[in-house]
Design a protein around this ligand. Structure first.
Ligand code: SF4
Length: 344
């Protein structure tokens, strides 16, 4: 049976059906609709004001590649300029290839690229070193927890280096729904309180962050990359299979089979969630070691590195929650942990 005509231009044959609406579109009309929706997200949320210097967190993967491409298309209309900022976590056999993809993108799109490395920022620590240091301890499953804290900090440092006024990341709706689900499953009310909305306004001197793809489904991000013939790196990080996120992803897939709208429903829930005052995170202050934004005496990155340097990582999940050894619940009477989980 021949494909139906495109529902927008009626000239070409449809090449896809949009996963959510079922609308049959040709490739060019789909890409135009996708870009218009991202533009609407940015404008409706006042995410990137005219004149903004925007640091795009570039990993070489599909999400950040699509984000950078779409923002480059929209930049003249938004009146913004772009800088690619990539983070080298020091993951042998993975990050080098991903960074090569980022370098190709920067050259092809003629965008400035800055690479910041964990090893330079964090006293020689790389993710491989962190993994070695925690191997066999039961904490090795938490590599992404360490990495999330350090990467958030590294991206902030990279953005400041290029004098950016805003940071954007490529999280899509599926990523956000997984994060909401993980935070619920962990009972991490602090993260739930901060996780809603399209971004954070940059409290306590941190740069404002936003996620312009937050309402786009993962399937459509992949379709956009396909129709725009984008060059991206698609291999999974060697530490990803150990992450708790993988369980949330599996659960979400099961839920989606029963309720197709569950991804957007979860994102919507997080945006409109109201927490009791006692569940709100403490007001931010300054880290006593590096001066970065912190809700305790040390920021998340310094607390983590402090624990690593002493040979006992102290990162944990919210007050009274499980620590890095996810198989060993902590007693509720223990003192508050040094830091909380990152938002991914
Ligand atoms: Fe870091 Fe985990 Fe992502 Fe690998 S999968 S880059 S360890 S956050």
């Amino acid at each position: 049976m021949p494909a139906p005509p495109c529902a927008v231009c009626h000239a070409a044959r449809a090449a896809l059906r949009r996963p959510r609406s079922g609308q049959a579109l040709c490739g060019p009309c789909f890409c135009a609709a996708f870009e218009a929706e991202v533009l609407h997200t940015v404008l409706a949320g006042s995410l990137l004001p005219p004149g903004a210097v925007v640091a795009v967190g570039a990993s070489g993967g599909k999400d950040s590649t699509v984000l950078a491409h779409v923002l480059r298309e929209l930049a003249p209309r938004l009146g913004i300029s772009l800088q690619l900022v990539a983070v080298d976590e020091g993951i042998g056999g993975y990050r080098d290839a991903a960074l090569a993809a980022v370098r190709r993108q920067a050259a092809r799109w003629e965008l400035p690229l800055t690479v910041v490395a964990y090893a330079d920022l964090f006293g020689g620590w790389t993710m491989d070193a962190v993994a070695r240091s925690t191997a066999g301890s039961g904490r090795s499953r938490a590599c992404c927890t360490f990495c999330g804290v350090l990467r958030r900090r590294a991206l902030e440092e990279g953005a400041r280096l290029v004098r950016a006024t805003h940071i954007v990341t490529g999280h899509n709706a599926d990523d956000m729904a997984e994060t909401v689900l993980m935070n619920f499953l962990r009972g991490d009310t602090g993260r739930l309180a901060r996780g809603g909305g399209l971004g954070s306004p940059g409290e306590g001197g941190a740069l404002p962050r936003c996620r312009p793809l937050q309402l786009a489904s993962q399937k459509e991000v992949v379709l956009y990359a396909h129709f725009r013939r984008l060059d991206y790196f698609s291999e999974e990080c060697v530490y990803a299979p150990e992450a708790f996120r993988a369980h949330a992803r599996d659960l979400l897939k099961s839920l989606e089979a029963a309720r197709p709208s569950v991804v957007l429903d979860l994102v919507h829930s997080a945006e409109h969630l109201a927490l009791a005052p006692t569940a709100q995170p403490p007001p931010p202050g300054a880290c006593t070691r590096c001066g970065a934004l912190a809700s305790r005496s040390l920021c998340q990155a310094c607390a983590l590195l402090d624990g690593l340097d002493r040979g006992r990582p102290r990162l944990a999940i919210g007050k009274g929650r499980r620590g890095l050894d996810e198989g060993a619940p902590r007693a509720r009477a223990q003192p508050p942990p040094a830091a909380v989980l990152p938002d991914f």
